[in-house]
Every structure is written in C-alpha cells, then in structure tokens.
Design a protein around this ligand. Structure first.
Ligand SMILES: Cc1ncc(COP(=O)(O)O)c(C=O)c1O
Length: 313
C-alpha cells in the first residue's frame, strides 16, 4: 500500500530482530506500539479494575473507529468494534430477520466459519444457500451470479474478498454493482484484504463489511470490526446500528423490529434467531477441527454439502 514507511515499520517489529518472518500475515507479529498499548492496558486493569481502565481509554476507542473508517472510506458512525472477524460476520448475518425460504448466495471460496453459519441457518431456520460457480480463474462467476440474482427469494450475497489460501482476489466491486442493481444486501468478508489491498466501501458497493485485527492491520488477536452502510436496513428489514463507545456488537437486538423487505412484502417476517443460537455450535464435532478443508478443494461450502449452482436446494 502507498505511504508506508517500511524502514520504520520494520524497526517497530521486534520479531524481525532475530528471524526472517515468512508469515503471510495470517496472524501478524505485533509491532511495538501495539505491544506497549496492550501491556499498558493490562497494567491499568490490574491497578484500576476493568471498567475504570476501559473508561479511561474511551477516547482512544473512538479514535480506533475513526481510523478504521478512514482506512475503508466510511463514516465513523458506521463502524462497530468486534472481538474477531467471525464475531463481526455473525453479528451482521444473524441480525437479519431470516424467513423460511430466504436464499443466501455465497461463493466457493467462502470462509469456513461463515459457511458453518449458513448451515445453521439452513438447518434451523430453513434459509437456503446457493453457491455461485467459479469462473475459469477461480473467481466468482459474475454471469452465474446475475442468473442467481434473478431469484426474488435472494436476500443476501456473501463474498470472501481474499480467501484464506491461494492468493485469489474476488471481483468485489463487480459483485457490489450487481447487488445494488438487484436491490440485494451484500456482505463482504474483507478479513484478508483490509490492510493488504486498498479497500474502499464506496467503490466496492458493499452494505456490510467484516475484518479482523490480527492480520494485515497488525492488531492483537481478539479484535475485529463490522462496517454497516445505513441503507442496508431497508434491504434486510432489520435495524443494524453500530453502537458508539466501541461496544463489540454493533447491532440492536433483532426479532422485535423486523419488517418485510421491499423485495417481498407479502411474506410475513419470522422471528430472527437470537445471538445465542451460535453457541451450541462449539460443541459440534467439526467446529474446532474445521480450519482446513478436508477434501483439499478449499471449498468449505462444498465440504459441508451446500449446493452449488448446478443443484440449488
Ligand atoms: C477470509 C477470512 N475470513 C474470516 C476469518 C476469521 O477471522 P477471525 O479469526 O478474526 O474470526 C479468516 C481467518 O483466517 C479469514 O481468512
């Protein structure tokens, strides 16, 4: 990215003192300013207690939201802090008041925990997922996407911008344009692109964007964020509102405020699944072991048997 003083960044990275670091930023070594801030805050917590220490850093947390907003070309009131990218993604996804028969479109390179949530939505709430085909380069096939978007039951498109393995970059702006034209909400997992590539929410056209802190942003683990474009509420029939003061979950409780979307106002809206619905998943046999695709294909939707465009369910 432009404007990075590489010599200074290297000087701020203690792990470079005694090793060549070939980590692709799957989880970055923390630079000195991050280390100092985290250790300093732990000392404050030990001295003052957690609430007082947090109160003392409220302005800094607001600055974090502002700097994230600047980085991705958004307004500060559109950013909620989260405890991970997965947390941010789930917050956005489960804020949608899903109705039986709704359809989510996803890509073959969907991230594993996102795919697991699609399974839960299918099994518990009758939300169908269709996996859009890849083109010959492995990117999402835009023609197949257009075909799927003709289905009025499509409520959300989720795309992984830069999937975990392999260096693929999906054409997110092209997907965003098609979602806008179709009036469908677009949730972009930008976990591996924010900090690595220029990411601008206006040109990408996404309504929701999630990312982690621990990769290219070089923040500690246990950090992430959710961007919410205010207009998304009209598309999904919910009220997603990033809260101020760095509260990790950027949504109001759902289920009580759901209303039909303009795409199908004839269907009644069901109650939205509450957040706790996710927790039983941690007890499922494949949830902890599911970091790597067992079939080597890199397609988590395929591994879990979510249908491709050839056989939509
Ligand atoms: C594309 C993608 N999305 C989401 C995640 C999850 O990030 P987190 O651990 O912050 O939930 C990862 C982590 O590897 C990822 O590569």
């Amino acid at each position: 990215m432009n404007g990075i003083d590489v010599a200074r960044v290297r000087a701020d990275t203690p792990s470079l003192a005694d090793r060549v670091f070939l980590n692709h930023a799957g989880s970055s070594p923390n630079p000195t300013p991050v280390l100092d801030a985290v250790i300093g805050h732990l000392r404050d917590e030990a001295r003052l207690g957690g609430y007082e220490a947090a109160r003392n850093r409220a302005d800094d947390l607001a600055d974090v939201r502002r700097s994230i907003a600047t980085l991705i070309g958004a307004g500060p009131d559109t950013i909620a802090l989260a405890t991970s990218a997965t947390d941010a993604w789930e917050t956005a996804f489960w804020s949608i008041p899903w109705r039986r028969g709704d359809v989510v479109l996803t890509c073959r390179s969907e991230y594993v925990t996102n795919a697991v949530n699609l399974l839960v939505a299918r099994d518990r709430f009758g939300v169908r997922t269709s996996v859009v085909d890849d083109d010959e380069h492995g990117q999402i096939d835009l023609t197949d996407l257009e075909r799927h978007l003709e289905d009025p039951a499509v409520r959300l498109v989720t795309l992984c911008h830069v999937p975990t393995h392999g260096g693929l970059v999906n054409p997110a702006a092209e997907v965003g344009r098609r979602c806008r034209d179709a009036g469908v909400a677009f949730l972009l997992d930008a976990c591996q692109s924010v900090g690595q590539l220029p990411v601008d929410v206006e040109s990408l056209g996404c309504h929701l964007l999630t990312a982690t802190g621990r990769k290219y942003l070089r923040a500690p683990r246990g950090t992430g964020f959710l961007y919410v474009r205010p207009e998304v509420n009209d598309l999904i029939g919910a009220e997603l509102t990033p809260l101020g003061s760095g509260v990790p979950h950027g949504t109001r409780p759902t289920g009580t405020r759901s209303r039909p979307t303009h795409r199908d106002s004839s269907r009644s809206s069901g109650a939205a699944p509450p957040r706790w619905v996710w927790e039983p998943l941690s007890t499922m046999p494949w949830s902890s072991a599911s970091r790597r695709s067992p079939n080597g294909s890199g397609s988590w939707p395929g591994t879990f048997g979510l249908p491709s465009s050839a056989s939509t369910a």
